[in-house]
Structure formats: structure tokens, C-alpha cells
Design a protein around this ligand. Structure first.
Ligand SMILES: *Cc1c(COP(=O)(O)O)cnc(C)c1O
Length: 217
């Protein structure tokens, strides 16, 4: 299936209020442009360098979400390119983004990444530590906390992802209930090509699809 057709098919299927981000790692600028022309409004990128090249071609015709592991020395550039950083998982990263965003005269929208599977080698804040990060991030003036993101362990059977989506959704609602000033809990970013249907059932309103739109990497 062409990228155009795959994008159209997903967009037709999604319930209202659920937004598609195209996870574009390793895709060419031409492929990304095809997705944008077919109706994709958000491009997810895992690497700042790669995003910079795609950004040359696509510019502000789409929004740019950072969805990879952000190194401190890339934060300055990331703040220039991206409209949202979905993967804030430590206070030190939050502080660096706050500092760079402040210097750029910007208030950076961010999501906090939750390590919902509690996998030692994976990025994301542990569920038990998420509230402390949430409170610390909420207090920083130049970042705007807008929700949570999770990957979850990769499972062959999408049903097996459901418990990890539930853990993340529970935190999302709990943090929303704290009603901290300056925070707007509106995005719950969960679900990839194999698991997005389950994620949407569990309350995701931002899904990140790569393979399903662009084909295998
Ligand atoms: C690659 C990637 C995706 C999309 O994965 P697919 O299985 O290709 O849909 C989603 N989220 C993140 C953070 C990714 O790195």
C-alpha cells in the first residue's frame, strides 16, 4: 500500500479526538512529505539530527514531536525545531529544557515519559517516581506539561500491552486531578502500529505509527 493510502485508511478509522503522529525515524524527507500531503499533522522524530534534515523539506507544514531519548547537548536544537517533547523522564532533562526554552523566549510543551513496564534498560520515569517528576516539571516556568507518553514493553500480542496502557492512564487521571497551576493534562500518547487499537480503547488520544504508514523499516 502507498503511504498516502495507508495514512488515509488510518485517519478514516480513528475515532474523533484521537490524533495521529507519524513516527518517521529512518524515513526520507520525500516519504515524510507524502504522509503530510495525505493528512498527517504531526511528525514524530527520535533523533534531532535526522529531524533537522526532514525539517528542511517539510518545515512548519506539520508539527514536530520529539519521541526519542533526548541528550542534554541536543536540547538547544530540539527546542528550536520541535513543537513538543514527548519524552521528558528526569528532572535534570526538564531543567535543561526549561533553561533553553527560556533563553529562546519559548514555553515548551512537554509530555512525561512513563516506563510503564518498569524495564531497567528502558527510558521513562518509573510509575512510583512519576509524581515527583510531574510536580518538579510543573513548577518550571518555561515548560508546559501537557500529558504523559509511554511505550510499554514490546509485545507480540497487542492485548499484552493493555496493562501498561492502564498504568499510564491511571497516572494521567491522577495527575490531572491534582490540578496543579500551569499544567494542562490533555495528551495521552500511547500505542504503536501493533498496539494502537488497544491503546485507543485505553484512552490514548495521541498515537504514534511508523510501520503501518510507511511499511517495514
Ligand atoms: C518507532 C517508534 C514508534 C512507531 O513504531 P511502529 O511499530 O513502527 O509503529 C512509536 N513510538 C516511538 C517512540 C518510536 O520510536
Amino acid at each position: 500500500m502507498s503511504i498516502r493510502k495507508a495514512v488515509r485508511k488510518v485517519l478514516e478509522e480513528l475515532p474523533p479526538g484521537v490524533v495521529l503522529a507519524a513516527a518517521a525515524k529512518s524515513r526520507t524527507p520525500a516519504e515524510i512529505l507524502e504522509a503530510v500531503e495525505a493528512g498527517v499533522e504531526i511528525i514524530g522524530q527520535n533523533y534531532v539530527q535526522e529531524a533537522a534534515a526532514a525539517f528542511e523539506a517539510v518545515g512548519r507544514r506539520a508539527k514536530w514531536h520529539f519521541i526519542g531519548h533526548l541528550q542534554t547537548n541536543k536540547v538547544k536544537r530540539a527546542v528550536e525545531i520541535f513543537d513538543m517533547i514527548e519524552t521528558v523522564d528526569s528532572v535534570s532533562l526538564a531543567r535543561e529544557i526549561d533553561k533553553r526554552a527560556g533563553a529562546a523566549g519559548k514555553r515548551m510543551p512537554v509530555l512525561l515519559e512513563v516506563n510503564s513496564g518498569e524495564e531497567p534498560q528502558k527510558a521513562g520515569v518509573l510509575p512510583a517516581e512519576a509524581e515527583a517528576l510531574f510536580r518538579a516539571a510543573a513548577a518550571l516556568p518555561n515548560i508546559h506539561v501537557q500529558g504523559l507518553m509511554t511505550m510499554g514493553p514490546f509485545e507480540g500480542d497487542p492485548e499484552d500491552s493493555r496493562p501498561y496502557f492502564r498504568v499510564t492512564k491511571a497516572l494521567f487521571h491522577r495527575f490531572g486531578g491534582l490540578a496543579l497551576p500551569g499544567v494542562e493534562m490533555k495528551w495521552l500518547s500511547m500505542g504503536m502500529s501493533n498496539s494502537y487499537r488497544v491503546a485507543v480503547e485505553e484512552g490514548a488520544n495521541l498515537i504514534r505509527l511508523g510501520t503501518l504508514l510507511f511499511g517495514p523499516r
